[in-house]
Design a protein around this ligand. Structure first.
Ligand SMILES: [Zn+2]
Length: 440
């Protein structure tokens, strides 16, 4: 884990913001912590900051971020990716290992953390590769990666096909306290798939990508996790049958958690059938029935967390034709808006549920509950995000703190938007210009 450099905000009062969308309060902040909480309009103090009309939430935690540095700096850097994270309301991101070189040695874990310490706008947690070079052949030195600071093991981008390696990685997770996160995809079944099998593949004539590629690996891994008694985290669940498997495993008390991406909650394979490469992603956008199952699972807790799978790519790379373009979409700056829309009902947004799925649960899964996803309460760190629930904004791909513009949501309009993020009393993003002296 990394810390943020510089001095925290001086003492001030944040007035009138509504924790979890409930009754507004005045928060007294001092030395990076919440020093006092009063009913709105009753706190007196230096430097009042007007938070009226804003929803106050614990800042978000992203278990699945591709920051691309080292090796992919033309698409993203730790500085730009974490700036995007801060603007999206995040205090913490888990940096996936599929960099160049791959984060598969303790020196490389330390290198990522050192870079982050110097340049990041949020805390960065390193993910260590499960196998050397993500090649799926030999286990990386997982105990050493954990000792160097890796909080999660994952070959994400690739699936660990060999069940013996998954078994051994789970055992290492049990020893070290790191969670094993699998990008579940049977290479034999997924083959050269390019688009969800079914009507989208039929309409476009592109090679079909069957749901079974994901589901068979999840089923196998659930058994391995139960046998090892070790925590398994299923990355980016995308199908209804994967949801059913995870639900059943949880009913057995098996040690599994799961995430879903914002794009799999909102978009379908109908968008992909346009062959606009902004919609090319791995796993692929699925059917409307899958999307309905994912939404229900997020609400009922079968899926524990939202994770962005933020995957920046250069415009040049995405300008290729469908089969030649890389998989992936950006997501850090739009996640809150998408999830709030998905969770929106006639009674409004259930902000407590949203905070569970975007902050508290991912903090727990990543083993960082001591610092993230904390209550809004006296003595707790001043680590929160302020959301404008009436923002009514349209996504402009060029308007990003990140380096790449491959959002699938460009041109779409949303209602909710983060306006400022504070981590341990440091203002890490301040689109609304709320805080004195803030330049972010
Ligand atoms: Zn993945």
């Amino acid at each position: 884990m990394t810390a943020l450099s510089g001095a925290p905000l001086g003492d001030l009062v944040l007035t009138g913001a509504a924790p979890f969308g409930g009754a507004p309060v005045d928060l007294v902040l001092s030395a990076g912590r919440i020093a006092a909480v009063f009913p709105a309009g009753t706190a007196a103090g230096p430097s009042p900051v007007d938070g009226r009309g804003l929803v106050l939430l614990p800042a978000f935690v992203d278990l699945h971020t591709h920051l691309r540095e080292p090796g992919g700096e033309d698409a993203e850097t730790i500085a730009t990716g974490t700036a995007a994270a801060a603007h999206g309301g995040y205090s913490d991101v888990f940096a996936m290992a599929n960099c160049s070189p791959v984060t598969d040695t303790p020196e490389r874990v330390r290198h990522v953390l050192d870079l982050a310490e110097r340049t990041a706008s949020c805390r960065v947690h390193a993910v260590g590769a499960i196998t050397e070079g993500l090649a799926g052949q030999r286990l990386a030195p997982l105990d050493e990666l954990a000792a160097a600071g890796a909080r999660m093991f994952s070959d994400d981008g690739r699936c660990v096909d060999d069940p013996v390696l998954v078994r051994d990685a789970l055992a290492a997770g049990l020893r070290t306290g790191a969670v094993v996160a699998q990008h579940a995809q049977c290479g034999r079944l997924a083959g050269e798939g390019q688009i969800n099998a079914g009507p989208a593949a039929e309409r476009t004539g592109l090679p079909p990508w069957p749901a079974t590629g994901e589901e068979t690996v999840v089923a196998r891994d659930l058994v391995l996790a139960a046998d090892a008694g070790a925590a398994l985290h299923v990355c980016h669940v995308s199908t209804a049958r994967t949801v059913a498997l995870v639900r059943w495993a949880k009913e057995q008390g098996w040690p599994v958690t799961a995430e879903v991406t914002p794009h799999h909650l909102l978009l379908t394979d109908a968008e992909a059938a346009s062959e606009d490469t902004r919609f090319k992603v791995n796993p692929p956008l699925r059917s409307p029935a899958d999307v309905r199952a994912l939404r229900a699972a997020l609400i009922d807790g079968t899926i524990d967390a939202v994770a962005t799978d933020h995957a920046p790519h250069t415009a040049a790379a995405k300008a290729a034709d469908w089969c030649g373009a890389p998989f992936g979409m950006t997501g850090l700056e739009t996640a809150l808006a998408v999830v709030a829309e998905v969770l929106h009902t006639a009674r409004g947004v259930d902000w407590a549920l949203l905070a569970q799925r975007m902050s508290q649960a991912p903090a727990r899964i990543g083993g960082i509950s001591a610092i993230a996803g904390r209550p809004i309460a006296v003595g707790e760190p001043a680590t929160f995000t302020l959301v404008d629930p009436l923002a009514r904004w349209t996504v402009d791909p060029a308007d990003t703190a990140g380096r790449s513009h491959n959002t699938p949501f460009g041109g779409l309009s949303f209602t909710h938007r983060p306006v400022a993020t504070v981590v341990d009393g440091h203002v890490t993003a301040d689109r609304g210009g709320l805080f004195p002296g803030s330049t972010r």
